[in-house]
Ligand binder design. Structure first.
Ligand SMILES: [N-]=[N+]=N[C@@H]1[C@H](O)[C@@H](CO)O[C@H]1n1ccc(=O)[nH]c1=O
Length: 247
């Protein structure tokens, strides 16, 4: 059967709703505790979507600058609290990206605790945007941007072991300071703010990046959704038909 385009039909006009959907990138949220394997999950999804335009936006890029006072007492500063992030700026960046505009994402420096030491990163509009961060599901306005929400569910002892290895080996931090920070901020913030956002997830991945079956299933779902988007670009009214008759 010829495709619709080969028949002598009026080019279907797209409704504002469809038009809007045509341009909307597919937004995936990846949340979970620090050192749960979020970055590994994102890397594996990006790798499997090598034929798509995919961009990764880290919530860590939106840490507020510490004031001089906070810097003087940095060991008392809670980086795991929702207020540590500039969510308004994250929302503004996402709004621009979703409307096809490139944005400059801040480049937060974990050594100076500042986001204006390194030049911002230019991020171009893409078919898929992955939003990754420990508290990316906390704010309902951020959640509403997402087409798919993934929670990486790794045991607390595995996360702590990874964090100790990462902070002492890679960041040359003293083991005592790492454990103090974990018990004072990281663990309480996980229990108070991160774990409660698990209920918003569409998919919960036990074991994180080691779970190849889960990641393969996720990529299949994304491809299906992208396929629908692509089809809508060719046959704009198809989306309306599907949504009307739930084909
Ligand atoms: N400390 N602490 N915890 C946070 C959090 O667990 C994790 C978020 O990715 O990065 C850590 N974090 C954030 C900013 C910073 O300057 N240093 C730092 O270690």
């Amino acid at each position: 059967m010829d495709g619709l385009e080969s028949r002598n039909i009026e080019k279907p006009t797209t409704s504002p709703v469809t038009e809007n959907l045509l341009k909307q990138p597919f937004v995936i949220g990846v949340a979970g505790g620090a050192a749960s394997g979020k970055t590994t999950v994102c890397d594996m999804i990006i790798q499997q979507l090598h034929d798509q335009r995919v961009v990764l936006v880290n919530q860590d890029s939106f840490y507020h600058n510490l004031t001089e006072g906070e810097l003087a007492r940095v060991h008392e500063y809670n980086f795991d609290h929702p207020d540590a992030f500039n969510t308004e700026k994250l929302l503004d960046s996402m709004e621009n990206l979703r409307h096809g505009q490139a944005v400059d994402i801040p480049n937060y420096d974990f050594k100076s605790y500042k986001n204006n030491v390194f030049p911002a990163r230019r991020v171009n509009p893409s078919d898929v945007i992955i939003l990754e961060g420990i508290l990316i599901f906390h704010d309902p306005r951020v959640r509403e941007l997402m087409n798919m929400k993934i929670f990486v569910d790794t045991d607390a002892d595995v996360r702590l072991a990874r964090r100790i290895r990462r902070d002492t080996v890679e960041k040359h931090r003293d083991i005592g300071a790492v454990l103090d920070q974990y018990s004072k901020f990281v663990k309480p913030a996980f229990d108070d703010f991160i774990l409660p956002t698990k209920k918003y997830a569409d998919i919960i991945i036990p074991r994180g990046g080691d779970n190849h079956v889960a990641i393969d299933l996720i990529v299949q779902h994304i491809r299906t959704k992208l396929g629908q988007h692509d089809l809508c670009k060719i046959y704009p009214n198809l989306y309306v038909i599907q949504s009307t008759f739930q084909i």
